[in-house]
Design a protein around this ligand. Structure first.
Ligand SMILES: Nc1ncnc2c1ncn2[C@@H]1O[C@H](COP(=O)(O)OP(=O)(O)OP(=O)(O)O)[C@@H](O)[C@H]1O
Ligand SMILES: [Mg+2]
Length: 248
């Protein structure tokens, strides 16, 4: 049981996605260099099929967050090409990136909920940014939070929530626009087993709903809990599982 007495597993799928809305992701020789000359990603090439579930693994500093930020369009690659759904991110321009971000949900390593807004308003915000009226955005956010068993938290401020609750609200926020691509950065880091299991269930449902899911983690328990392809990074390079088709 979670939150307002809802049996979490019996509630219907909260996200209305369909498989063919998901987008293929291709990276060609991508590097990301932070000033003055530190290569956080170094010649990374990889492919992710629509509707795939991918774990991005590697030790601290391997470049996982850096890669997720590039996929979100929050940072630009220093070299190479990133193509999502046939669109080259380097050529999209600001408006194109904003549109892309609307079809992408991101759960950050530190949840990044806005402390001055209620849980409901945090979840409604991306829907409003995507063009919904404040009333529609809040009603959509409420329905999603209710479906996820978080109804009792809607009026709370994020700082008053437990770490596990904050992560679940961050997932609700990432899912409110029915994303084609869900990116999650260490979503179970520092969570107890039960909270982590609830997060796993959210990712499973988003994936079953048709989203392509990319999860950065070095949590072995999370890796065992969901079937997914593992792409391993070490010091900014892909060392296993890049998903590239075999050479012809
Ligand atoms: N804005 C930045 N400026 C300079 N260096 C950075 C910046 N962001 C990340 N780095 C460096 O790039 C490398 C990769 O960082 P990144 O955050 O992608 O690693 P990570 O795999 O997510 O690690 P963790 O598991 O600790 O979250 C690290 O050495 C980090 O110090
Ligand atoms: Mg990280």
């Amino acid at each position: 049981m979670i939150g307002g007495g809802t049996d979490f597993k019996s509630v219907p799928l909260p996200v209305r996605l369909c498989y063919d809305r998901a987008q293929v992701i291709r990276l060609y020789h991508v590097s990301k260099v932070y000033p003055p000359r530190f290569a956080a990603l170094n010649d990374v090439s990889l492919h992710v099929q629509p509707g795939e579930f991918v774990f991005l693994t590697g030790p601290s500093g391997a470049g996982k967050t850096t890669l997720l930020r590039l996929l979100l369009g929050a940072d630009a690659a220093s070299a190479g090409q990133i193509v999502i759904g046939g669109r080259n991110l380097a050529r999209l321009g600001r408006q194109g990136i904003t549109r892309l971000r609307r079809s992408t949900g991101m759960v950050f390593q530190d949840s990044k909920l806005l402390p001055g807004l209620t849980v409901l308003d945090n979840v409604a915000l991306p829907a409003e940014a995507a063009g919904a009226s404040p009333r529609d955005a809040r009603s959509k956010a409420f329905a999603l939070l209710r479906d996820l068993g978080l109804k009792d938290l809607v009026r709370r401020a994020p700082p008053s929530l437990s770490g596990g609750e904050q992560q679940r609200v961050a997932f609700a926020r990432a899912l409110v626009n029915d994303p084609r691509l869900l990116l999650a950065d260490e979503p179970t880091g520092n969570l107890d087993e039960e909270s982590a299991a609830r997060i796993v269930e959210l990712m499973r449902r988003a994936h079953q709903g048709g989203a392509t899911v990319v999860v950065a983690t070095h949590d072995p328990a999370l890796l065992r809990s969901l079937p997914g392809r593992e792409i391993a990074l070490r010091t900014g390079r892909v060392v296993a599982g890049d998903g590239a088709p075999p050479p012809e």
